[in-house]
Design a protein around this ligand. Sequence first.
Ligand code: ZN
Length: 123
Amino acid sequence: MARSLIWISDQRITGWACTHCGWNYELPPLLSDPEAKSAYDRLASGKFEKHDCAAHGPVTSPGDKGDFAARARKLVLRGFKPKDAVEIALQEIAFETRHDPKIVAKVQKDADEFLRRVKDGLI
Ligand SMILES: [Zn+2]
C-alpha cells in the first residue's frame, strides 16, 4: 500500500505525518497567518515526498494517534456533520493502526461518547 500524508493532532504533536513510518512535520505553535500555514503545508508535502520511511522507523505508538475526539472535532470544525466526522475519523484511525482490534474497539467507544456529547450539545 502506498504511503500517504496524514494530519495528526494528539498530546505530543500537531502536524503532518507519514502513514507508514515515524516521520512527521510539526506545525509551529505560533503559526496563525493563513499564508504562512499554506506555505507550511507546501513545505510539509515536499519534505514528505523526499523522506525515506526506512530511516524514520515505525509509526510511534498508534494508540497515541487514536485521539478520537480531537480528530472528530477538527473535522466538524472543517464543516463536516458530526456523524460524518465520526465515520471519517473512525476509518482513518482503523487504517492507521492497521485495524488493530483493541484500538478499533476503544475508538468505537470514543465515537459513541463523542456522538452522545454532540447530542447533548456539549460539543
Ligand atoms: Zn514514511
